[in-house]
Design a protein around this ligand. Structure first.
Ligand SMILES: [Zn+2]
Length: 409
């Protein structure tokens, strides 16, 4: 703590609107209450919130927002939880963490501890972010800071998978508050030295193949949607993509058929395409379309004697626009200064998070870590290590105050 305070000296000098003792008090508070914030993180994680089923966790967070004393706490039309901490200006900085987890309904969300590691679906992604958001609110209360910008605390829906950023899309494009929202911080991921100031573009497709079906023996010779899907995915798997700008593809889910001895009537699969470059994303999207056409044609050509055909239906089920917040933007610079003040080295990243949406609208946005260490997000092996996890909320507090002191001069 002492070392951290010495390193804080340059930052503290810049935080003229604030007295140093309240800031020290707030930082010390976050370290002293670390165990309690960790317990809150576990409590949040054990309220299941698969994408499209976030209601129960939303109610939990709304109650927490009220305990923090946030004003006008509400669950909006999209299911996002909002709470205000008014500044002297209506210009608003949004600080958000996402409610949803990338698991199907029915998932066992019980958290368990093994040695130094805690395991649980969504325990890090993004229960840590939600707990850090609450810790940040407590630290602001503890210090009594009055910011110039209004702060909007948000626990949003729809960040993962097919949620397609529905929560932030509503907030920034449709909500009655949208015109006041001037900057955005997403707390997602754990490493308190990471700044995601670039957003990867993403397109997601669901491809459904349909055919006549039939008995595997009696109707042999008819085209099969499953065989066609295999031809399509094999073509996709062979695609060459550039390492730089990083461009990727994945068939993440596939499903179809009714029985081992039936020719399937239907098969569907979902494809996730990503690139940090919009042009490369368009290119791989075209490659997917051509793989679908050629795979289906090959299956139909092989079974042409039957007179039956497999047909493909392609539906865009997700799109995250690419975007960037400059390294020299005051928001990015504030995060970097906060990270340095804590004795860490900022590392700039490109992510695919809620920040993509405000970035694509030209609103400064960064995604920052909630503290601790974690890995294996989106799998049952997801783990969280709480070592020095208070650095997350400390970094967020310093970022927020630094930003508030730099902008709106
Ligand atoms: Zn996340």
């Amino acid at each position: 703590m002492l070392a951290a305070l010495i390193l804080l000296a340059p930052l503290l000098a810049q935080l003229r609107p604030f007295d140093q003792p309240p800031l020290r008090k707030a930082l010390a508070y976050l370290e002293a209450n670390h165990e309690r914030h960790l317990a809150k993180q576990v409590e949040i994680a054990e309220v299941a919130a698969p994408t499209f089923h976030e209601q129960e966790r939303a109610k939990f967070m709304a109650a927490e927002f009220r305990k923090l004393g946030l004003a006008d706490v509400e669950i909006d039309a999209q299911g996002n939880v909002l709470g205000w901490r008014r500044g002297t200006s209506p210009d608003t900085l949004v600080i958000a963490a996402h409610l949803d987890i990338a698991f199907a309904p029915g998932v066992d969300v019980k958290v368990r501890k093994e040695g130094a590691r805690w395991y649980g679906p969504g325990l890090a992604d993004d229960s840590r972010g939600l707990a850090a958001l609450l810790a940040l609110g407590e630290a602001l209360n503890e210090s009594g800071f009055q910011t110039r910008r209004t702060l909007l605390f948000v626990a949003n829906v729809g960040e993962e998978g097919l949620g397609d950023l529905a929560g932030v899309k509503y907030l920034f494009q449709k909500s009655p508050h949208k015109d006041k929202l001037k900057a955005f911080i997403s707390i997602d991921g754990t490493n308190p030295a990471h700044i995601a100031n670039g957003g990867t573009g993403v397109k997601r497709y669901r491809v459904t193949l349909r055919g006549p079906g039939g008995h595997s023996y009696g109707n042999f010779g008819r085209p099969s949607p499953i065989h066609a899907a295999a031809r399509v995915t094999a073509r996709l798997a062979d695609l060459e993509v550039p390492a730089e700008p990083k461009t990727t593809f994945n068939v993440g889910r596939i499903n179809g058929g009714t029985s081992v001895n039936a020719i399937a009537e239907e098969c569907w699969f979902e494809v996730d395409l990503r690139s940090t470059d919009a042009g490369q994303l368009d290119k791989i999207e075209l490659a997917l379309m051509s793989a679908i056409r050629m795979g289906v044609e090959a299956e139909n050509a092989k079974r042409v004697a039957s007179g039956a055909k497999v047909e493909a239906e392609t539906k865009l089920v997700g799109m995250r626009p690419a975007g960037k917040t400059a390294e020299r933007d005051p928001l990015t610079e504030s995060a970097a200064a906060a990270i340095r003040a804590l004795g860490l080295t900022p590392s700039y990243r490109i992510g695919s998070t809620d920040s993509n949406l405000p970035m694509s609208l030209g609103i400064p946005a960064v995604t920052l870590g909630g503290g601790g260490r974690s890995d294996n997000a989106h799998s049952y092996k997801e783990w969280f290590e709480p070592a020095r996890a208070w650095l997350g909320p400390q970094m967020l507090l310093l970022t927020l105050l630094e930003y508030d002191s730099r902008s709106m001069q």
